[in-house]
Each structure stands twice: as structure tokens, then as C-alpha cells.
Design a protein around this ligand. Structure first.
Ligand code: CU
Length: 456
């Protein structure tokens, strides 16, 4: 009798003590400490937490419809999990401790195994103590290639992060839970990296057409981006192709966890430099340099949209509208909010490190915000009563923005809701399971902005 691999593992598992990471049936994704040059040359290397020894973790790049299989092995001093951000995933693989799986203890492992239905730019990151673990470097890109790729010369993933480093030692400041960050705009840093480096440079040809996949992995920083020496289009948001590419004529925002795919042509002169630019209050600076090394190629004309993913049809007429009030934070302090069944005063909540609430709950409630039937369509209205912007993320689904005039906007998985703003989205709840809905300013999520919905 021959046993297949699974039967073999089942029979031997009972008989022997397995070494923790001994059975390399899946490719390894090892959560481990490392040192890396994050700050400019001349500063010390920074101790970071990584997937596989580098920040960002190695790019997982697969074809649309393929299976991703990874064995997470945790060698860190804290329990962890991995969330595959933006993937319309099997609920059991979503990586949310206490909702879809148990935490993976130090010295333990967990097998992630799921299909990727949609082409596009996604990412993976820690989802336990995310405020700390993502800030320490636990993230990487997940790229799903289209069957028909767009005509570009180069496909480049650019993962943006915002670090808070001690300016003397270049080490990560470990003030993760400080009340000021939690109750204000979140943990903002003092050094921006792209692909784990400060001020990286790429050599390009004049006229080269680039696909730039921008991913914002920072805890709380909303980037305000622009192009210099590059012209082109936004072709996808949060992985999902736009029906019509949007010519970049101005700045564009990139909130935490959001992605934008650009197709751009290098227009800088030979031996000049093009830049991805970040606009700040005190001016603008280059995040990534593209040095033009060669003579110009002839420019391409126009662009064709990316092939759309197979998404459900969204009909918003007569669909129920669910209101989610976003409350609290500095300047709008909570009067009261609930933790479980207990109503606490704002002061009591602050002592527990809770500064925010969603519909009066200052932590993920026992009952879901929505309990809906599979296949039904819902509108959610995010009402931002706070004095800060928030990047609201739904797990397991993309949704369509509803624009001011009532028409349907792009597909997204994370929507930026500005202070005082109300934004509606339309959700086809077609993926069964328990799904998180939270602010992706990770300090806000940790201090109250966490909810969930159930699809059955
Ligand atoms: Cu927030």
C-alpha cells in the first residue's frame, strides 16, 4: 500500500514528535529578526522584524487564479499571524486572531493555503499587535499577474513605509502604545523608506514605460504623491483596474494600506532624473529617483485599460443603508463607549488606552455590525464625527465607492474618510465568513476602531 503525502503525515504525526518547522511541505515564510540599512548610509543598521530576513518580505508573485501556499514559522518573541490584504480569500486564511484563527505562538507555525481570484497589487502583513509588528517591518508585497499583461518595459513594486527611528541610534522607537499617537493621527515616523531603503534610485531609459505598483505599508501616514519627469495614468486602485485609466495631472493621496498602480513614461532628459514626489506641509521631496541613463526611446501613444477582474454586479437601488459612526479621538473626546456590555466614561476608556469608537463600541463587539445573507447588497455609510481622517478597511471583499452624485465609483478595499466627511460604499456580501472592518491607522484600530461583519 502506498500512502500519499497527507496520509503519511497523518500517520507519522501521531507517532513522532515533529520538529517545529521540520516538514517543509509549503515554502517557508519565516517571521524573524534581522538588521537592515534603513536610515541613510553613515547611520547604524536598524534591528527589524521581517518575513525571511528582509523588509519588505520577498515579493510573492503568482498568476491570477493560482494557489498561494506558505508555512508561517514564528521565530519572533511575540505571537503573530499573517493577513493577506485585499485578497477575496477563504475566511479561514484571513489571518485575524480571535476571529478566523488562533495566534501563532513563538516557535510554532501555521500553513496558509488559498487561491487568489483577482489580478492586481496586494500585500501581506502581520495582524496581531499590528501597530507594533507592522511598524517593525512585518510586511511584503503580493502581486497577482493578469493573464494578459499591459505593454510596459518594467513592472516595479514600490512599498512605502514611515519609520520612527531614534536619530542617534537609528533603532525603532518602541513607544508603540503612547496615548498621544493613539488619540491623534496615529504613529507618524521621521523617515520614509521605499522597499526598505531611504531614497532609493533606479536606472531607467528615456521614454521607458514603467508600471509602478505603490503600496502604503505605513502605520498612519497618508501620502500625498505626485510625479516629476514622469507622465502617465492611474490604472488600478487597491488592486482593481479602473474602467478608464485616470491621467495623472495633479497630486493623488495614498492612505495606509491602499495601493495605486500607475503606468508612466519617463520624460526626463537623458542623464536627468525623474522622481516619485511626496508633498508635505513644508515642501516636497523625492521618494524614489529614476536616473535616466540612456538616450530616449520613442514614446508610446496612449494606453489600454487593464483587463477587469470578475466582480459581482452592484445594484444600489433599494439596498439597505447601514450607518457607522466614527467617534472619539483628540478634540472630540468620547463621552462614553462600550467595551463588551460595559458602558465606560471617556476617562475610564482613556486609562485603558481606548480613544475611539465605532457606533459606540470601543473594541470589537461580540455581535457583528452586520449579519447578512450571502449574495445580498448593502450600503454602508461611514460618518466621520472625529477631527482626524481614517482609512476604513473591509476584509474579504472589495466594495464600490458611491460618489457624491450617487453614481458608482471605483472598487476599493480601503476608503479614506476625511475629518467630518460622510462616505458611502456599496458591498456585495458574497464571501461567507466573519470579516473584520476597521481603521487601518493601526493605532486607531488598537484603541477602538475595530468592528466586524458576518456573511452566511
Ligand atoms: Cu483611524
Amino acid at each position: 500500500m502506498t500512502l500519499n503525502r497527507r496520509q503519511f503525515m497523518q500517520t507519522t504525526a501521531a507517532a513522532v514528535v515533529l520538529p517545529s518547522f521540520g516538514w517543509a511541505s509549503y515554502p517557508a515564510l519565516v517571521a524573524q529578526e534581522a538588521v537592515q540599512q534603513i536610515a541613510p548610509e553613515g547611520f547604524s543598521k536598524t534591528r527589524v522584524w521581517t518575513y525571511g530576513g528582509r523588509v519588505p518580505g520577498s515579493e510573492i508573485r503568482v498568476s491570477q487564479g493560482a494557489r498561494v501556499q506558505r508555512r508561517l514559522s514564528n521565530t519572533l518573541p511575540q505571537p503573530t499571524t499573517v493577513h493577506w490584504h485585499g485578497i477575496r480569500i477563504d475566511n479561514a486564511m484571513d489571518g485575524v486572531p480571535g476571529l478566523t484563527q488562533d495566534v501563532v505562538q513563538p516557535g510554532s507555525s501555521f500553513d496558509y493555503d488559498f487561491k487568489v481570484p483577482d489580478a492586481g497589487t496586494y500585500w501581506y502583513h502581520a495582524h496581531n499587535r499590528s501597530m507594533e509588528q507592522v511598524a517593525r517591518g512585518l510586511y511584503g508585497p503580493l502581486i497577482v499577474e493578469e493573464a494578459v499583461a499591459p505593454d510596459v518595459d518594467r513592472d516595479l513594486t514600490l512599498m512605502l513605509d514611515d519609520w520612527r527611528l531614534d536619530p542617534e541610534t537609528a533603532q525603532i522607537m518602541d513607544d508603540f502604545g503612547n496615548g498621544h499617537d493613539l488619540s491623534h493621527a496615529g504613529r507618524l515616523g521621521n523617515l520614509v523608506s521605499v522597499n526598505g531603503r531611504f531614497d532609493p534610485a533606479y536606472s531607467v531609459d528615456g521614454g521607458e514605460r514603467l508600471r509602478l505598483r505603490l503600496i502604503n505599508a505605513s502605520n498612519a501616514r497618508i501620502f500625498d504623491l505626485g510625479l516629476d519627469g514622469l507622465t502617465g495614468w492611474i490604472v488600478a486602485l487597491d488592486g482593481m483596474p479602473l474602467e478608464g485609466p485616470l491621467e495623472v495631472s495633479d497630486r493623488f493621496p495614498l492612505a495606509p494600506a491602499q495601493r495605486v498602480d500607475l503606468i508612466v513614461d519617463v520624460r526626463a532628459e537623458p542623464f536627468g532624473t525623474a522622481n516619485l514626489v511626496s508633498f508635505e506641509r513644508d515642501g516636497s521631496y523625492g521618494l524614489v529617483r529614476f536616473g535616466v541613463s540612456g538616450p530616449s526611446k520613442p514614446a508610446r501613444a496612449g494606453i489600454t485599460p487593464l483587463v477587469p477582474n470578475q466582480m459581482p454586479e452592484v445594484l444600489v437601488e433599494d439596498t439597505p443603508l447601514h450607518r457607522m459612526e466614527m467617534q472619539g479621538g483628540a478634540m472630540r473626546w468620547l463621552d462614553t463607549a462600550r467595551i463588551g456590555e460595559t458602558e465606560l466614561s471617556g476617562q475610564e476608556l482613556a486609562q485603558l488606552g481606548r480613544f475611539w469608537a465605532l457606533n459606540g463600541n470601543a473594541e470589537r463587539p461580540a455581535e457583528p455590525f452586520l449579519d447578512v445573507q450571502k449574495g445580498t447588497t448593502h450600503r454602508i455609510e461611514f460618518v466621520n464625527e472625529t477631527a482626524f481622517p481614517h482609512a476604513m478597511h473591509l476584509h474579504g471583499h472589495h466594495f464600490r465607492l458611491i460618489l457624491q452624485d450617487g453614481t458608482l465609483g471605483p472598487w476599493r478595499d480601503t476608503v479614506l474618510v476625511e475629518r467630518g466627511q460622510t462616505r458611502q460604499i456599496a458591498l456585495v456580501a458574497d464571501n461567507p465568513g466573519d470579516w473584520l472592518l476597521h481603521c487601518h491607522m493601526l493605532g486607531h484600530a488598537a484603541s477602538g476602531m475595530m468592528s466586524w461583519f458576518r456573511v452566511t
